[in-house]
Write a protein that binds this ligand. Structure first.
Ligand code: GCV
Length: 719
């Protein structure tokens, strides 16, 4: 009987899947907003609970209107009939509204603690009829709550007896687009920029609305439209008008636009002789520019600034510090309620100091010196979005300054578009790292949510992986990284594994035959990439410029920190960067407890070992293997993990629609080949440097070191 039931259930689910496959082209455009018909039993169950949509107020709130529209679209798609907004409350209505609406007020819901963006979803009774209420203090909160309800239904979860309250823990939840005005995207691997600057402001591509829907569905509330390596042109009147057109599309979805500001714009556009932040004419230029922008975009978020880093101009050109620069801009946007997001990703070619130390050295002395509408944006690690880095030592070290997290969603150093790498575990590892700033439990998550040092201005930014590709992010699984970024920006305590499950159900349907396999693939994928690229704390061994593929041998580039050899320091004696007292002493930038832990190779977690220590090839590791053997084993494991992911994916062939299945399958073939390439090229190189042969049973690299060194990529994407 049990087997019969299981067979029926499988058939039932399969019927749903087949309907889906036959009825719709599955090119990934719908992302996780994939409102396909649910299995009939779930439709029957939920139809009585989501039978119509009632807007509680007068319908004038644009965000509530978008919520009603989305509910109509989603419920009609999933429940197999037309579910429309309008009419009176009926049994099974979904009633949406804000605290301003009398019908919502009459329910005396506990909305006060939810802030401006939180929401409540409750099963309630109105006029004796069972209904589901989605309520909030603002229209955007109602929109977020509506998406949450939709996602519950999409995932096949029951919607009776609901009592859900949720509010974002961070204030700024932003996508940073590194999009250029010519539509190239720096480190973008999913086609061109979705911003069609040429045709804006007149033509507003419907895709902008879908972009806004996707972001709102995961709580993202801001978009920095242009690359941090900024052109001043984005601050000219025509481009302000273009940004304003995007802002108009995004506004009802609760998304503000921000612009990256080029520091030297007063010279380039205003024909001033200087961009010195303490020069009154410079401050006046920025004030006038801010006034001009706010006249066009009243809810403009503010400026993001990359200054004095990688050749960008900045206040240090005038012997002013980062705080003096940020505060001058902060004064310009302050009357309008804007913020300045000032990046701490700085390192300078003339500075011979360990690159990993430079941001801390520049910023730590400025703690407490920033204006109250400035937030300092810090990358998760001290180098640059590597597969693994210890958390950035600035977290916990600037208690008087709000710090914002910068993650990379696009996979610049993680195989670009094709490698399947779910970034949830990377984000989680960084957020849950303990800074020990105020003793145990002072996690990075608590630094950035403001709770550790009592800051109200909080935030998280993700460098977007979005482009004109039909599937937005270059692959189905890359979409998961956009999704998990949103979830963790809403709640930095969110579990990467739980979010993977959620994403799988929304993306492939709530099919118990699919979800566990997809989640297993996703949760191992990050460790796999660490293993086949940069195990045991190694970093930055990618090819020059494009950062694609292995190049640990590169040593001849002009700036020391451009060369992989700078980071791994492999020689005949051993490998790794000594960041203890005998080396750069970067360990001293961490809280004393951690500094002591990282100072000793025996207490340094093995995953960070070579980040902090130069270790002899024949030193014994915890496993009993020598470092050399351990390194070889990690590379082998990484390759095996990718093969395993691929096998797991192949078991899903009958269950996933053809187009998305096939694309992932071929990308996994690429990843398998390239994981092997990484392993072979790195081991060929390290064997040559160390003079060690591969341990018995380990296959020799397919090619000679010289052949690996000769591989070039003149036309790689993402420049
Ligand atoms: C936008 C890395 C990337 C650059 C990027 C820079 C940054 O160095 O390779 O492309 O420039 O980070 O974050 O500013």
């Amino acid at each position: 009987m049990g087997r019969l039931l299981a067979w029926c259930a499988a058939l039932f689910l399969m019927a749903g899947t087949l309907t889906t496959t036959a009825a719709h082209a599955e090119d990934g455009y719908d992302l996780w907003l994939r409102y396909r018909p649910l299995p009939a039993n779930i439709q029957a169950r939920d139809s009585t609970r989501a039978a119509s949509i009632v807007v509680a107020g007068d319908g004038s709130d644009p965000s509530v209107a978008k919520a009603a529209e989305e509910l109509e679209r989603a419920l009609s798609g999933m429940l197999g009939g037309t579910v429309s907004a309008g009419g009176g409350v009926k049994s099974g209505s979904v009633v949406i509204g804000t605290a301003k609406d009398s019908r919502v007020r009459a329910l005396a819901l506990p909305l006060a603690g939810l802030g401006p963006e939180g929401y409540l979803i409750r099963s309630a009774t109105i006029d004796g009829k069972p209904v589901t209420v989605v309520a909030a203090n603002s229209g955007v909160g109602v929109l977020y709550g509506s998406f949450a309800l939709i996602q519950r239904i999409q995932r096949g979860q029951p919607i009776d007896a609901l009592d859900i309250a949720s509010a974002p823990k961070l204030k700024l939840r932003l996508l940073d687009h590194w999009d250029n005005l010519d539509r190239t995207v720096e480190r973008g691997y999913a086609g061109q920029s979705i911003w069609d600057w040429w045709k804006l402001p007149d033509f507003k591509d419907p895709r902008y609305t879908d972009y806004a829907r996707a972001n709102a569905s995961i709580g993202i509330n801001g978009a920095v439209l242009n690359n941090v390596n900024a052109k001043a042109d984005s601050l000219t009147a025509p481009y302000i008008a273009k940004a304003a057109a995007l802002a108009d599309v995004f506004r009802p979805y609760g998304i503000r636009v921000y612009l990256s500001a080029r520091w030297s714009a007063p010279i380039e556009l205003g024909h001033l002789k200087t961009a010195d932040p303490l020069d009154p004419s410079v401050a006046a230029w920025w004030k006038a520019k801010a006034d001009e922008i706010y006249a066009a975009i009243p809810d403009f978020g503010g400026f993001l600034v990359k200054a004095n880093s990688e050749g960008q101009p900045g206040p240090q050109d005038y012997h002013r510090n980062h705080a003096e620069g940020a505060n001058m801009l902060a004064a310009a946007v302050k009357p309008h309620g804007g913020v300045i997001i000032w990046r701490a990703f700085v390192y300078a070619q003339e500075n011979p100091e360990d690159r990993a130390k430079q941001a801390y050295d520049d910023f730590k002395p400025l703690d407490g010196k920033f204006a109250d509408n400035v937030i300092v944006q810090v990358k998760n690690g001290a180098i640059d979005f590597q597969p693994r880095e210890p958390f950035h030592p600035l977290f916990g070290a600037m208690p008087e300054t709000p710090l914002m997290m910068e993650f990379q969603i696009t996979k610049e150093y993680l195989g670009m578009a094709t490698h399947l790498v779910y970034l949830g575990p990377l984000y989680e590892e960084a957020l849950q790292a303990d800074t020990w700033a105020h003793g145990k439990g002072s996690t990075v998550a608590k630094v950035i949510d403001g709770s550790l040092d009592h800051h109200a201005l909080t935030g998280m930014a993700g460098v977007a992986n979005i482009g004109t590709d039909r599937d937005w992010s270059g692959s189905t699984f890359n979409q998961a990284n956009w999704f998990v970024f949103g979830r963790m920006a809403w709640d930095p305590e969110a579990s990467a594994k739980a979010v993977a499950g959620e994403w799988s159900e929304l993306t492939f349907g709530p099919d118990p035959r699919i979800t566990p396999t997809v989640v297993a693939m996703m949760t191992t994928s990050r460790e796999a990439v660490v293993n086949y690229m940069e195990p045991l704390g190694l970093a930055h061994m990618m090819g020059t410029g494009h950062h694609y593929g292995p190049a640990p041998w590169v040593h001849e580039l002009a700036r020391p920190e451009w060369n992989p050899v700078y980071y791994h320091k492999a020689d005949a004696s051993g490998i790794g960067f000594d960041r203890t007292k005998t080396g750069s002493n970067a360990v001293a930038q961490y809280a004393p407890k951690l500094a002591a832990m990282f100072a000793d190779p025996k207490t340094t977690p093995e995953r960070n070992l070579l980040w902090f220590h130069h270790v002899g090839w024949d030193e014994r590791m915890a496993s009993g293997k020598t470092l050399w053997e351990e390194l070889v084993a990690h590379y082998a494991l990484g390759v095996a993990e990718v093969a395993d992911m691929h096998e797991q994916w192949r078991t899903l062939a009958p269950l996933i629609d053809r187009q998305r299945y096939a694309k992932t399958d071929s990308f996994l073939s690429i990843q398998q080949r390239e994981a092997q390439w990484w392993r072979d090229a790195c081991l060929a190189y390290f064997a040559s440097v160390s003079g060690h042969a591969l341990p018995p049973g380990e296959a020799a690299p397919a090619h000679s070191l010289a052949e690996y060194e000769a591989i070039t990529f003149p036309y790689e994407p993402g420049r």
